[in-house]
Design a protein around this ligand. Structure first.
Ligand SMILES: CCCCCCCC/C=C\CCCCCCCC(=O)SCCNC(=O)CCNC(=O)[C@H](O)C(C)(C)COP(=O)(O)OP(=O)(O)OC[C@H]1O[C@@H](n2cnc3c(N)ncnc32)[C@H](O)[C@@H]1OP(=O)(O)O
Length: 150
């Protein structure tokens, strides 16, 4: 597991994203640690992330999937090119499609773990799959289509 998340290499206009920008004080601060096979991110929902009593808001879950999977696509692209993360020219992806399955209510009060992997890297397109678990129980999964923007 690397010590630096891929998003920590993003600066300036690339660091203001609501989901993962380090310069966005109101953002979710998604951080993707890519080990060459899996991307990992832990998130602890706060009280205000509630949908209804005891259950995490689904739109928040979609946002976590979004930035974590795009971060995974970026990290995997640097690896595929044999370059250190963050090196020039900058690699960046945008989301073309985000598909979420909510498998069971995601409980408040537990740390959430997101684990992602690459399904397909072809041309400008990368497809990433991800599972969100609470207390080792999968609560949601997602597929994200990322398109290379830079
Ligand atoms: C948008 C401009 C960005 C400029 C620079 C960005 C820098 C980023 C900065 C800081 C990032 C920090 C981190 C961000 C992380 C957060 C993620 C987000 O929230 S991103 C915001 C939400 N997403 C959008 O706003 C995208 C809006 N959509 C588009 O711009 C276009 O539709 C785009 C680029 C996604 C596709 O444009 P096309 O269709 O012209 O591209 P074609 O070259 O024709 O397609 C490439 C491949 O993608 C497939 N594709 C396109 N749309 C698809 C879709 N909806 N589902 C599946 N595949 C799709 C196509 O079939 C094609 O596949 P085949 O190469 O033929 O295999």
């Amino acid at each position: 597991m690397p010590l630096t998340a891929i998003q920590d290499y993003f600066t300036g206009d690339h660091a203001i994203c609501y989901g993962c920008g380090s310069d966005n004080a109101h953002g979710l601060q998604v951080r993707t640690y890519w080990d060459g096979q899996y991307g990992t991110f832990h998130f602890s929902p706060q009280d205000y992330h509630t949908a209804f009593p005891g259950v995490v808001y689904g739109g928040l879950i979609a946002s976590l999937f979004d930035c974590h999977c795009i971060g995974t696509a970026v990290a995997a692209a640097y690896e595929k090119e044999g370059r250190p993360p963050g090196s020039d020219p900058l690699i960046m992806y945008v989301t073309a499609n985000l598909n979420v399955n909510y498998l069971r209510p995601t409980p408040m009060g537990s740390e959430l773990m997101l684990k992602s992997h690459i399904i397909e890297q072809k041309g400008k397109k990368t497809v990433v799959a991800c599972t969100l678990s609470a207390d080792d129980t999968p609560c949601a999964n997602a597929t994200v289509v990322g398109i290379r923007a830079t």
